[in-house]
Design a protein around this ligand. Structure first.
Ligand code: NAD
Ligand code: UDX
Length: 480
C-alpha cells in the first residue's frame, strides 16, 4: 500500500488529502500538523474549516485510509510520498519584508523530513512558493541525506475556497513539475498515477520544476488582475453612467476573454492573491525587472483603491459623517461559502468606517464573533511601507456588535453594507428591513447582489459598485 503523508492540515492540506483518500482507497493518507487543536478539530464533528461537501468525505474516509495526527515525525518517516502544504505568508520583517514569501515553516518541515527519513522519499511542494524553492529544499535534504534519495516535485494547488471539493473532483488541470532526469521522471510518474485515479490524463500537465512553481504565481496574478481590471472599470462606469454588469457581460462574450471572474466587487480578498502577487513583485525586483514588478504591483494598488473608494462613498453619501450612526455589515468572509477571513475586504471597510466613528453591527453566516474581533483588533501590515499600522483602539472595537441574524443587524440602522455575496442576501425581505431602519435608509452593495431598481422602489438610496448612480449619490461627491 502506497503511503502518503501531508504536512499541514489547513485549507489546502485537509480537503486535498480527503479527496485523494476518497478517490484512492488503495492509498493510506495521513495529514499531520503541529497544531494540536487543528488536528483535534479534524478528528471531531466540527471540522476546522467550512467547505461545502467536505464533511461527508471526511466522515466516509476518516479512520479507514485517512488519518489526522500530530505524530508528524512518525508519519513522515513511514511515507513514500510527502506533500508539504504548510503556510507561506508574506514576510513581515527583515529582508524582503512586505513582499517576499516567508519560508520559515517550509524550511523547518524540510529539515524535519531530512532528520527522520530512513527510506527514499518523493517530496511534493503543495504550498505556493517562490520560483527555485525546490532547489533550496533539495539542498537542505541532500546535505542532510544520510544516503537517502529524495526527489522534489512541484505540484501547486489551484483550488478556490468555497468550491474546493468541486475543484478537486474535477480540476481544470493538475500540474506536476519535476527534474528532467530518469529518477525525476519516475517520481513524476508516481504522482501522476495518484491523480490518474480520477483525473483524465490529458488534464495532468507535466513541466520542469521552475515552470510549475512560476505557473502558480502567474495564474493567481492573472486572476487578480482580471478583478482589478473590472474594478477599475467600475469606477469609470460610475463616473459615466455605464453599467459594469453590462460592460462585463459584453466584454466577456469575446471568447478570447471569456465570461468568468469578471464580477466587480469591493475588492478581492483571501490568503492568496495579494500574497502571491507581492511574492511575484519581489522576484521580479530581485531579477532587476523593475517595470514588470511595477506592472503587477498596480493590481494590488487598484484593489486598495477600490476598498477606499467604497468607504468614501458610504461616508460621503451619508452627509459626510457616519459618527454615531449604526451601519449593518452583511458578510465578513472574503467570499461566500467559506468562514475564512484572511485579507477579507471587510476588515478594511470596517476599519475605515470605525475610523469615522460608526457603530457596526456585523452579520456573517460562517464567521465567529471571536474571529471578527480578532481581525478588527489586529495590527494591519502595510505591504507598501512595511511598518505595523496601529490596530483599532479598544474603544473603537467596542463600537462593534456581532449578531446572528440579518434582520437584527439592520434593525434601527442608518445604512447597510453588503461585503460578501452570500446567497441569503439576495432573498432577504428588504421591505421589512427598510421599515425597521432610520430614514433616509442607505444600502451600499459591495458585491452587486441586490436588485437595485426594486430596492429603490422600496425607498432605499442604493449604491451598487459600478452601477449608474441615483440622483442622491450624484449630488454627494465621493472620491478616493
Ligand atoms: P493554512 O494556514 O490553512 O495551513 C497550513 C498549516 O500548516 C497550519 O495548520 C500550520 O499549523 C501547519 N504547519 C506549519 N508549519 C508546520 C510544520 N513544520 N509541521 C507541521 N505542520 C505545520 O494554509 P493554507 O491556506 O492551507 O495554505 C497552505 C499553502 O497552500 C500556502 O502556501 C498557500 O499559499 C497555498 N494555497 C492556498 C490556497 C487556499 O485557498 N487557501 C489555495 C492554493 C494554494
Ligand atoms: C484563489 C484562486 O482562484 C485559486 O485558484 C487559488 O488556488 C487560490 O486563490 P480563492 O482566494 O480561494 O482562490 O478564491 P477566489 O474565488 O479566487 O476569490 C478571491 C477573491 O476575489 C474573493 O474575495 C472574491 O470575492 C473576489 N472575486 C472573485 C471578485 O471580486 N470578483 C470575481 O469575479 C471573482
Amino acid at each position: 500500500m502506497v503511503k502518503i503523508c501531508c504536512i499541514g492540515a489547513g485549507y489546502v492540506g485537509g480537503p486535498t488529502m480527503a479527496v485523494i483518500a476518497l478517490k484512492c482507497p488503495s492509498i493510506e493518507v495521513a495529514v499531520v500538523d503541529i497544531s494540536a487543536p487543528r488536528i483535534a478539530a479534524w478528528n471531531s464533528d466540527q471540522l476546522p474549516i467550512y467547505e461545502p461537501g467536505l464533511d461527508e468525505i471526511v466522515k466516509q474516509c476518516r479512520g479507514k485510509n485517512l488519518f489526522f495526527s500530530t505524530a508528524v515525525e512518525k508519519h513522515v518517516s513511514e511515507a513514500d510520498i510527502i506533500f508539504v502544504s504548510v503556510n507561506t505568508p508574506t514576510k513581515t520583517q527583515g529582508l524582503g519584508a512586505g513582499k517576499a514569501a516567508d519560508l520559515t515553516y517550509w524550511e523547518s518541515a524540510a529539515r524535519m523530513i531530512a532528520d527522520v527519513s530512513k527510506s527514499n522519499k518523493i517530496v511534493v511542494e503543495k504550498s505556493t512558493v517562490p520560483v527555485k524553492t525546490a532547489e533550496a529544499i533539495e539542498k537542505i535534504l541532500t546535505h542532510n541525506s544520510k544516503g537517502i534519495k529524495y526527489q522534489i516535485l512541484s505540484n501547486p494547488e489551484f483550488l478556490a475556497e468555497g468550491t474546493a471539493i468541486e475543484d478537486l473532483f474535477s480540476p481544470d488541470r493538475v500540474l506536476i513539475g519535476g527534474r528532467e532526469t530518469p529518477d525525476g521522471q519516475k517520481a513524476t510518474q508516481a504522482l501522476k498515477e495518484v491523480y490518474a485515479h480520477w483525473v483524465p490524463e490529458d488534464r495532468i500537465i507535466t513541466t520542469n520544476l521552475w515552470s510549475a512553481e512560476l505557473s502558480k504565481l502567474a495564474a493567481n496574478a492573472f486572476l487578480a488582475q482580471r478583478i482589478s481590471s473590472v474594478n477599475a472599470m467600475s469606477a469609470l462606469c460610475e463616473a459615466t453612467g455605464a453599467n459594469i454588469s453590462e460592460v462585463a457581460h459584453a466584454v466577456g462574450k469575446d471568447t478570447r476573454i471569456g465570461p468568468k471572474f469578471l464580477n466587480a466587487s469591493v475588492g478581492f480578498g483571501g490568503s492568496c492573491f495579494q500574497k502571491d502577487i507581492l511574492n511575484l513583485v519581489y522576484i521580479c525586483e530581485c531579477n532587476g525587472l523593475t517595470e514588470v514588478a511595477n506592472y503587477w504591483k498596480q493590481v494590488i494598488k487598484v484593489n486598495d483603491y477600490q476598498k477606499n473608494r467604497f468607504v468614501n462613498r458610504v461616508v460621503s453619501s451619508m452627509f459626510n459623517t457616519v459618527s454615531g450612526k449604526k451601519i449593518a455589515i452583511l458578510g465578513f468572509a472574503f467570499k461566500k461559502d467559506t468562514g475564512d477571513t484572511r485579507e477579507t475586504p471587510a476588515i478594511d471597510v470596517c476599519k475605515g468606517l470605525l475610523g469615522d466613528k460608526a457603530q457596526l453591527s456585523i452579520y456573517d453566516l460562517q464567521v465567529t464573533e471571536d474571529q471578527i474581533r480578532r481581525d478588527l483588533s489586529m495590527k494591519k501590515f502595510d505591504w507598501d511601507h512595511p511598518i505595523h499600522l496601529q490596530p483599532m483602539s479598544p474603544a473603537a472595537v467596542k463600537e462593534v456588535s456581532v449578531v446572528w441574524d440579518a434582520y437584527e443587524a439592520t434593525k434601527g440602522a442608518h445604512g447597510i453594507c453588503i461585503l460578501t455575496e452570500w446567497d441569503e442576501f439576495k432573498t432577504l425581505d428588504y421591505k421589512k428591513i427598510f421599515d425597521n431602519m432610520q430614514k433616509p435608509a442607505f444600502l451600499f452593495d459591495g458585491r452587486n447582489v441586490v436588485d437595485v431598481e426594486k430596492l429603490r422602489e422600496i425607498g432605499f438610496i442604493v449604491y451598487s459598485i459600478g452601477k449608474p448612480l441615483d440622483a442622491w449619490l450624484k449630488d454627494m461627491p465621493a472620491m478616493a
